[in-house]
Design a protein around this ligand. Structure first.
Ligand code: NDP
Length: 283
């Protein structure tokens, strides 16, 4: 029977650690890690995420600022906000909530964030460092997955890892992280032929495709570790990219949805903010 990788429990444990370290650093320096989130428009899902990020930051003892602007905002308006936070000594992490309204130039905006404050790890400078295997701020969802694998003592070196999905947010960075951990990595996408067959050779299978319950028994090698990044709605309920009930008896470890990878993402954002704080304040 599979071990359930419990993202909720792990997140709570990590947050306690972040809170305790923040307390010590605040005492030592008189300063707190600061995070600024820019939210443009009124997308309900983004609003929920941002509120949750703000609440978690405060719980961790951080200084937290949320700048909410209308959907009619221009690229220049957001660039001004980014510059304000780049220059603000109390802010160590800047996050622009995606997706941005259609009239905004996402690439230009993300590149305007100072790389040392880029707690989402999306700036090409951090992407480059990740891909040459150097220390950097790494995208939160894949980094959260790596933290989860490490905490459960899952060995990666020499293992076959297959990632379904090649987005810049999840698929590509997790592939880079698995490679750095000495896994043999295959990246699949919508044009991949024989997807199930490739996946069925995976010791570690990461599904990040956004297709509800797509990954079924024929994709799974007996004893595989299955990480489900997907968040989908099916018949009014949340589900992942993996047919959890259908495959779980075949796996050694599996993440549920909800309660698996999802809760780790915001916690990792806090870890990144604490890391940026320590780098900027030279602690
Ligand atoms: P994208 O839509 O950007 O990327 C999806 C990827 O899956 C693409 O590379 C696409 O291939 C591939 N894909 C789609 N359909 C298939 C298919 N039938 N066969 C093989 N590959 C396929 O999504 P994201 O990476 O941003 O997100 C993926 C999922 O993870 C979503 O459900 C999202 O909601 C969730 N997510 C969860 C987070 C969390 O905190 N847990 C955070 C971020 C995302 P191609 O490139 O060829 O189009």
């Amino acid at each position: 029977m599979a071990v359930i990788l419990d993202g909720k429990m792990l997140s709570a444990k990590f947050r306690e650690g972040i809170k305790a370290e923040t307390e010590i650093l605040k005492h030592k320096t008189g300063k707190a890690p600061g995070i600024a989130v820019i939210l443009a428009g009124d997308d309900p899902a983004s609003n929920v995420y941002v509120t949750s990020k703000e609440r978690t930051a405060i719980e961790c003892g951080f200084h937290s600022v949320v700048e909410r602007v209308s959907a009619n905002v221009t690229t220049e308006d957001i660039l001004k906000l980014v510059k304000k936070f780049n220059d603000d000594d109390k802010i160590h992490g800047i996050l622009v909530q995606l997706p941005l309204p259609r009239n905004c130039d996402e690439k230009t905006i993300l590149r305007a964030i100072k790389p040392e404050k880029d707690v989402d790890g999306f700036h090409p400078y951090n992407v480059g460092l990740l891909n040459i295997g150097e220390d950097c701020l790494m995208p939160c969802t894949p980094f959260g997955v790596m933290n989860m694998l490490a905490d459960y003592g899952i060995e990666l070196s020499g293992k076959n890892a297959v990632v379904i999905g090649r987005s810049n947010i999840v698929g590509k960075p997790i592939a880079a992280m698995l490679l750095k951990a000495n896994a043999t990595v295959t990246i699949c996408h919508s044009k991949t032929k024989n997807l199930a067959e490739i996946c069925s050779k995976a010791d570690i299978l990461v599904a990040a495709m956004g297709r509800p319950k797509f990954v079924t028994r024929e994709f799974i090698k007996t004893g595989a570790v299955v990480i489900d990044v997907g968040i989908n709605r099916l018949d009014g309920k949340l589900c992942g990219d993996v047919d959890y009930d259908g495959v779980k008896d075949m796996c050694s470890f599996i993440t549920p949805v909800p309660g698996g990878v999802g809760p780790m993402t915001i916690t990792t954002l806090m870890q990144n903010t604490l890391k940026a704080f320590k780098m900027i304040e030279k602690l």
